[in-house]
Design a binder for this molecule. Sequence first.
Ligand SMILES: *Cc1c(COP(=O)(O)O)cnc(C)c1O
Length: 383
Amino acid sequence: MKIPEQELARRRARHLYRERLVLDSAPGAEVRVDGATLLSFCSNDYLGLADHPDVVAAFRAGAERYGVGAGASHLVSGHGRAHHALEEELADFAGTERALLFSTGYMANLGVASALMERHDVIFEDRLNHASLIDAARLTRAKVSRYPHADAARLAEMLAPVRKPGLIMTDAVFSMDGDMAPLAELVRLAAKHGMRLLADDAHGIGVLGKNGRGSFEHLGMTPAPPTILMATLGKAFGVFGAFVAGEAALIETLIQRARTYIYTTALPPAVAEATRASLRIVRAEGWRREHLRALVARFRAGAEKLGLALMDSATPIQPVIFVESDKALEASRRLREHGILVPAIRPPTVPEGSARLRVTFSAAHQEAQVDRLLEALAGVKRA
Ligand SMILES: *Cc1c(COP(=O)(O)O)cnc(C)c1O
């Protein structure tokens, strides 16, 4: 058992102590913290929709109409017209037969794995998967193996002798590195071995693909069986919640069996209404994605000139590697002195020796703000 005082002292000594910021504003390009206005490169509100007037208005109208709480779980009496309409719109957007809302992405991943996996089944997952997929695997009684990051060839070797039902799980866009999973190969391997593939597109949905349909659209694919798509609504959609998209029988099985769906209160219907407004903008306003891509390209070109250690990422997640936790923390502190907010990400969120600044961009940013970040990073690098 952890003794709280000792645990905290140990964390401080290793530069792993985490502290929360208190924001006095929406999570926009600029945020208010401790009475100061800071330029923020931390949020996952990739399209700048969290405070969009249409989304806020839909939220307000939803609350006026349905109240602020769902009042019950989906299977009791919490499943409202707003949830139902959103599910149909999300299925249409994803290009699948059906979609099912979950209260969070974390719960969606737990729900899918635990609903489908039985004792003696097998799970294979990418070593750098998000914590929610790691915990999802642990919650099942299946045998869990991890394969080296994005290494479909190694996974193929690991799968070769396996004759059991199984699930392959991967982030589609990796949350701390910003790179992508080899989805086409993973789909092929899952099909070949009679397994399912759970692809978590928390960071791709809304952002990638011409129409914002995410990583699959980006790669010219659609999420059909064996694929199960999970995507979140708290990032590019700017709201809250998550959905799983797939064939009708899969969705119906989740309704019957996914404990994180059944034994929890439904999302507030007003959140579903806000998400419907957000989905309309995601679909209609391709300029947000184009602007975002241009910002990322501008940052990468500038950062390469500065000789910063970037990763192979074409997404709005652009880590700058500092190796040691104290170096990353110091860089984050110096940027803060320049009025810029970028978090230092340390183990165990990322592997030992890969502490980093995790820079994220949003369509709410302007080019001049990217330039300000680059200037500040040049100063941090010299120091
Ligand atoms: C954020 C995230 C989740 C969790 O989604 P929430 O809705 O915030 O619980 C799951 N997977 C990945 C890859 C994420 O980045």
